[in-house]
Design a protein around this ligand. Structure first.
Ligand code: SIN
Ligand code: CO
Length: 375
């Protein structure tokens, strides 16, 4: 891994001392970095109905929030007033943003969420707030002043259209230049104010809530539920009030439901599927005229393959999940798939490789493409 990214710290030291614990400012984390896209390209994304975007402006009195797709008139506001545009999921749209996110591969892919980009005019920003997730804030073009605070008071302004801290008391602040980066753990109060026009790239992480996991796990379990038997009461006794729910009935049903159980194995199966599931607005583009298996094999042998930026391929031991589905992996394919899962590409695929059948299916689904590199 590139040593600058964590300011000379090894991933091990970073995880031990900072991750989920305390902020870290890294000057020149990515030397020479000056953003991944032009302002107009960013605005074009914000106008697209398939892309999640927000417009935020404020004056001394109030905050304004508009959700995308954003109309042109908002994006033509004079740059002399503070406003900002944020585009989510840049990693799904731009190979360079996916590559940026993968620089953080010392953290499991199952924890990576997305790259967001923001453009702000002088004084623009989303206001003092906290996020529930870890974030690396990487400065693209221009400069941004970041103020942060370990304050415990996380109460929010009532009635504001976005989450603004009511009493933000900055404890530390820095002006970030292109390529500088600030890591913040969850629930750390922060405020980023553009100094002149600027862009910032946020690499965000994913931490599902217990409620979200619990609900999804119960759905998973329900789909697999297979209970035998029926309610029976050969020992039914006369009771004085027929409206009374019999206590023996409750006991008997409790016994029947005890057959619902799960193992760690079931939890692993659930988690692999759940965490590799694409987000609701994500769709794959299968090739218009997919190459036959034979032709695909020839091309893959020559140029290799790479996963689509939207594809999530996770594994646990010899189990694999791709985009929400568990994969039946034939013997002899594990090593190839392991490499594909961790490096997200294969420089070449042998023409008689047993993985070919699987890879061709994924290619037909739009989950992967021929060519180990983009372009
Ligand atoms: C921004 O880029 O303006 C907002 C990023 C954040 O505070 O999480
Ligand atoms: Co934030």
């Amino acid at each position: 891994m590139d040593k600058n990214l964590l300011g000379g710290l090894s991933p091990r030291t970073f995880l031990r001392d900072y991750w989920q614990k305390k902020p870290l400012l890294i000057r020149n984390a990515i030397p020479g970095f000056s953003g991944l896209l032009e302002r107009d390209a960013l605005f074009e994304m914000a106008r697209d109905e398939d892309i999640e975007s927000r417009f935020i402006a404020h004056d001394d009195r109030a905050w304004q929030l508009e959700r995308g797709p954003l109309p042109k008139r908002l994006l033509r506001r004079p740059v002399s007033t503070p406003w900002t545009v944020l585009v989510q999921g840049l990693n799904l749209l731009l190979p360079e943003a996916d590559a940026l996110m993968r620089r953080f591969a010392f953290i499991p892919y199952a924890r990576l969420d997305d790259v967001m980009v923001s453009y702000a005019t002088d004084g623009g920003g989303v206001g003092p707030h906290f996020d529930s997730y870890d974030v690396f804030l990487l400065q693209g073009t221009g400069r941004r002043r970041w103020q942060i605070s370990a304050q415990k008071d996380l109460s929010l302004v009532d009635g504001a259209p976005l989450r603004i801290l009511r009493n933000f008391v900055p404890e530390q602040e820095w002006v970030l230049e292109p390529g500088d980066m600030l890591y913040l753990p969850p629930h750390y109060a922060h405020n980023g104010i553009a100094e002149g026009e600027c862009t910032t790239y946020s690499v965000g992480f994913r931490a599902p809530s217990a409620q979200e996991l619990g609900t999804a796990f119960l759905d998973h379990l329900r789909d697999r539920l297979c209970l035998r038997g029926m309610y029976a009461d050969p020992d039914l006794a006369v009771q004085t009030d027929p409206a009374q729910l019999p206590a023996a009935m409750v006991d008997r049903v409790a016994g029947m439901l005890q057959d619902i159980h799960w193992s760690r194995n079931e939890i692993e199966q659930f988690l692999g599927g759940y965490l590799s599931e694409p987000k609701p607005h994500v769709f794959f583009d299968p090739p218009d005229e997919p190459a036959t298996a034979k032709r695909f094999a020839r091309k893959a042998a020559r140029s290799g393959v790479r996963l689509d930026a939207r594809t999530q391929l996770l594994r646990s031991g010899r189990r694999f999940w791709i985009n929400g589905e568990a994969v039946e992996v034939p013997a002899g394919v594990h090593a190839t798939l392991r490499t594909l899962a961790s490096t997200r590409s294969l420089a070449t695929v042998g023409e008689d490789d047993t993985a070919l059948h699987l890879l061709h299916d994924w290619y037909c689904d739009g989950f992967l493409h021929v060519g180990a590199r983009d372009g």
